[in-house]
Design a protein around this ligand. Structure first.
Ligand code: CA
Ligand code: CA
Length: 193
């Protein structure tokens, strides 16, 4: 089934993201998969000591899960239902929320940045980005490859605006060479050869 709003690059990228989220690898997303990495942040980012921030993250994730399951009509999401929802999100984005630099998950992007910027100096370090990637059960090879594209000038950190721009590219770019497409893993991992 061709999608109206997803390009082939986006389709492959989001399909790969689905499998990254499927923590128990049974081919479907359920609520436990969807929250698996958030629970890992308790120890990785000492989130269990930041109650208010943790609460916001979990509420945002619940909102995402609720919207996804309502759209799909089930809480046992297949890859096709996930892609259909992504298609729906991009359609909404294009028709209702077109603001420069705003991405479908901009609020989530701010939270993710604040999670990684543990000392609040408006810079997320390579080390904290690495912890984030490992919480998604990726390996160190992915971190090295992705970081090179998040921080092309080799500064050792990424600031908030640059991170949000990369996240926008992750959602919206249809050109696999854009830096943001490396956010979770290099395109060679998720593009058909
Ligand atoms: Ca699963
Ligand atoms: Ca920092």
């Amino acid at each position: 089934m061709p999608f109206k709003n997803l390009s082939p690059v986006q389709e492959q990228k989001f399909r790969w993201w689905f499998h990254a989220l499927d923590a128990d690898h049974d081919g479907n997303l359920d609520e436990a998969d969807f929250f698996d990495y958030l629970y890992k942040w308790d120890s990785l980012f000492e989130l269990d000591k930041k109650y208010a921030f943790r609460d916001i993250l979990f509420r945002m994730q619940h909102r995402f899960w609720h919207a996804l399951t309502e759209h799909a009509g089930t809480d046992h999401i297949t890859p096709a239902q996930w892609l259909d929802y992504m298609d729906h999100v991009l359609k909404q984005y294009r028709t209702r929320y077109v603001v420069e630099h705003q991405v479908p998950s901009e609020k989530w992007g701010h939270l993710l940045f604040e999670l990684m910027d543990t000392d609040n100096n408006n810079q997320a370090s390579r080390e904290s980005y690495s912890r984030y990637i490992l919480s998604l059960a990726f390996d160190n090879a992915n971190v090295d490859n992705a970081w090179h594209h998040l921080d092309p000038d080799n500064k050792g950190y990424i600031d908030r605006d640059a991170f949000l721009n990369r996240l926008a590219e992750f959602w919206l770019s249809t050109d696999e060479t854009d830096h943001g497409n490396y956010l979770l893993a290099p395109p060679s991992d998720w593009l058909d050869s």
